[in-house]
Design a protein around this ligand. Sequence first.
Ligand code: PXG
Length: 294
Amino acid sequence: MGLKIYLNGKFVPEEEAKVSVFDHGYLYGDGVFEGIRAYYNSVFRLRDHIARLYDSAKAINLEIPISKEEMTEVVLETCRRNDVKDGYIRLVVSRGVGDLGLDPRKCPKPTIVCIASSITLYPEEMYENGLSVITVPTRRNGPEGVNPRIKSLNYLNNIMAKIEANIAGVPEAIMLNQEGFVAECTGDNVFLIKNGVLKTPAIHLGILEGVTRNEVIKLAEKRGIPVQETTFTRYDLFVADEVFLTGTAAELIPVIKIDDRVIADGRPGPIFAQLLGDFRELVKQPEEGAVIFK
Ligand code: PXG
């Protein structure tokens, strides 16, 4: 595709964008990342993604050697060089090159990569008709280990869940936390609507605090829809009036079947439709400091 990749301060052709096999991002999944969207010539909630990246790095004791302002410019310049006005951006900071031991003190320089490319979306048909999903045996890892709030390069927990979804022939898996409460999907947050109230798992249950999740909560509040960040079980999903998922890649996508239980009448619900409409309007509004081409 001839992309220009940002790699440690330089833009290089994608064929030359190579990282050492001694990078601890490769050897141990030791690093953090962000998946970010650009819409209509502006990067969506860039400030929030940069903040989350630095918070993730802080949590794993990884000092990013450039400032947030410089990182913001890295993202914008990567979009410009690749002429990306609408697309998907992957920002990765790994511990860097070390030796074969896992001690991060052997890695003096973090590796920073930014890729701006296009996005493969779920087919439009899935937004209109909804997804069938399952809950899976693999539980979300708890906050006492690698806290799910850290967007770390170690996604094995989620990949195990994704494999279980693949085996079942469904596009997403809902993961429960260690106590059996609903946590999140492999790459999306979960919402339900019951009797006009919008509910989503609280952060402390062990989930990633999704940028899209937070925007959907604000959009619902703007519409006067009561929102609860709370605790719920599979039962609450089965008997919900509506269920949908949120994420940078998926935006808002409806769920119409979970573990073979049809949700309500099996059609995407009206509150979902309103919120998706609101979200698609929201992404048209450029955020200050996130415009790609001035
Ligand atoms: N939970 C998890 C575990 C995620 O990885 C979300 C929720 C949604 O967060 P945002 O901030 O995007 O609203 C994510 C992020 C993919 C892919 O290719 C998806 C994510 C990350 C990396 C890749 O589908 N989702």
